[in-house]
Design a binder for this molecule. Structure first.
Ligand SMILES: Nc1ncnc2c1ncn2[C@@H]1O[C@H](COP(=O)(O)OP(=O)(O)OP(=O)(O)O)[C@@H](O)[C@H]1O
Ligand SMILES: [Mg+2]
Length: 245
């Protein structure tokens, strides 16, 4: 099937929740699915994988047996982009290791769900961003967009960044994160008109945002398997159809 990189308009917008939901939905459909978070940074877990995100998505995929070295090749004990965290930790972000780990997971699994770090232009090394990593992996991208005021600006920039690197944008998932929120229909209309990408699902705020519950929410409005094939390339998505505003 291929790989999908779940990115977002910002940090904390629901990438892990959505990535775990997609992995869970694929697994429930009988797909052999792997998961990875190429770089993670912040608070190290007391037990299990260093990265809670990596552990959560691998657990949802049922792929923890791949091991932490493949699922999360690099962890930094400093909450920042891989670029900044690496400097602070006196290390270097190893893009080659991340791409090699992805290649190995892609050879073991029919589909790989990759959680990106922060947003599409988060720096990994100088001049190398999450969008470049998606391109390097040959992954399509799924953009998680909260219903926050201000997210349209971030969504347009994110899709522009992905488009510029030839990454196919499979679509957008709107996520209800609380705070001041756009009416859902208004946001959906404007995101589609302005980015050309389709809104595939709109996730409401759940009491239980675990992978099973999110999977069933996503399945009710989208074909999760189609993420890997259908959809326009980002270049096409960047140019809205004539007549649309
Ligand atoms: N639809 C939802 N319903 C309820 N809680 C949600 C929902 N979406 C996200 N959350 C919660 O919001 C918080 C942030 O979500 P999440 O960790 O998935 O964001 P993220 O984009 O992966 O963040 P990071 O950039 O740190 O990786 C989490 O506590 C998560 O459980
Ligand atoms: Mg996350």
């Amino acid at each position: 099937m291929g790989s999908i990189l779940v990115t977002g308009t910002d940090t904390g917008v629901g990438k892990t929740v959505v990535a775990a939901g997609i992995a869970s939905a694929l697994r429930a459909a009988g797909v052999n699915v792997g998961a990875m978070k190429p770089f993670a940074a912040g608070q190290r877990q007391a037990s299990g994988f260093a990265s809670a995100d990596a552990q959560a998505i691998a657990r949802a995929a049922g792929s923890e047996a791949d091991g932490e070295a493949l699922i999360n090749p690099q962890f930094f004990d400093f909450p920042a982009s891989p670029y900044t965290a690496a400097i602070e930790c006196g290390a270097e972000a190893d893009v080659g290791a991340a791409l090699a780990a992805h290649g190995e997971l892609a050879s073991r699994h029919d589909a790989v769900v990759v959680e990106g770090m922060g947003g599409a232009m988060v720096p990994i090394r100088a001049g190398y961003h999450v969008a470049d990593l998606a391109a390097g992996m040959g992954a399509a991208a799924l953009l998680v967009c909260p219903r926050r005021i201000g997210c349209v600006n971030h969504a347009i920039m994110s899709i522009h960044a992905l488009a510029g690197r030839g990454v196919r944008v499979a679509g957008i998932v709107i996520n209800e994160t609380g705070g001041e929120m756009y009416p859902e229909a208004t946001l959906r209309r404007d995101l589609e008109a302005l980015t050309g990408a389709r809104v595939l699902a709109s996730l409401r705020r759940l009491d239980d945002a675990g992978p099973g519950a999110v999977a069933s929410e996503l399945r009710s409005s989208m074909d999760v398997g189609a993420l890997f094939g259908a959809g326009r390339r980002a270049q096409d998505a960047e140019a809205p159809a004539a007549g649309r505003r």
